[in-house]
Design a protein. Structure first.
Length: 263
């Protein structure tokens, strides 16, 4: 039986999802995907018919994989298309946590990095989540200070979890000759512990296919080993690709993540 959301209380609505109460269990809520897509801190905005369903499939497959791997996530189940049942937050942490293996995107400008530079180990950075302020990054030295001198265990736990989750996903995408370039996740507090929350979809990471079957990915710069022009992620939208092409790329991701259950 399908859930009738018209009779449920809407708790929050963001750019790509709506949160509804679960009257049968106060410790969980429903997260419903929308067809919206945004970029540029929300300045660019479109509706892509069918995106919600594709994002839901990708999110389901990734979170179920992470739960099997023992990651602490808010994900409970996907009771029907476009709908996810998740644990209710006590508190959302207003940060985006970004882990990077390969230099791409904004770090090329503000970090003066060369595209394709490989980070080993993976680097993880914190951004204050605020569109009008363009999600400013917090300095690593300040984060280290908070952890060391201010008892900032939540920062230490998010940093650890983000890197661990990145490695899980990097390994599984590698089975399909795809490099996980970077990844942006969010966290919250549930019953006093840090949990991975929100979604993991085509807008959460950069994915570049391998340029050939046996790439050498253990060198300082791996750009020639990868195919950024074949990217499967939200950068296609940021770069002005046609809407139907963007959806096709997201569908390609969902086809890959559908195979995660076999790993």
């Amino acid at each position: 039986m399908l859930i009738d959301f018209s009779s449920l209380k809407k708790l929050a609505e963001g750019k790509t999802k709506i949160i509804y109460e679960n009257p049968e269990d106060e410790k969980t809520v429903f997260m419903v995907f929308k067809d919206d897509i945004t970029a540029g801190d929300g300045v660019k905005h479109d509706i892509i018919k069918g995106k919600a369903l594709v994002d839901w499939r990708t999110n389901r497959d990734i979170f179920e994989l992470l739960n099997r791997k023992g990651a602490r996530t808010h994900y409970v189940s996907s009771p029907q298309e476009k709908v996810v049942l998740v644990k209710k937050l006590d508190r959302k942490i207003n940060l985006e946590v970004v882990s990077r293996r390969i230099a791409a995107g904004s770090i090329l400008k503000w970090g003066n990095e060369v595209e394709g530079t490989r980070f080993d180990p993976v680097i993880t950075q914190f951004h204050y989540k605020d569109d009008p302020l363009h999600d400013p990054m917090l300095a690593d030295t300040y984060i280290d200070y908070i952890v060391r001198a201010k008892g900032g265990s939540e920062y230490a736990e998010m940093r650890r979890m983000n890197a661990e989750i990145f490695l899980h996903l990097e390994r599984v995408f590698a089975h399909f000759d795809i490099q996980l370039v970077d990844m942006k996740l969010e966290y919250g507090i549930i019953e006093g512990k840090v949990y991975l929350i929100d979604e993991i979809t085509g807008g959460s990471f950069r994915l570049w296919p391998y340029a050939h079957k046996t790439p050498n990915l253990n060198q300082p710069n791996v750009l020639k080993e990868l195919d950024p022009e074949g990217r499967l992620d939200k950068d296609t939208y940021r770069m002005g690709e046609k809407i139907d092409k963007v959806l096709t790329k997201f569908e390609e991701i969902a086809k890959v993540t559908a195979k995660f259950r076999d790993l």
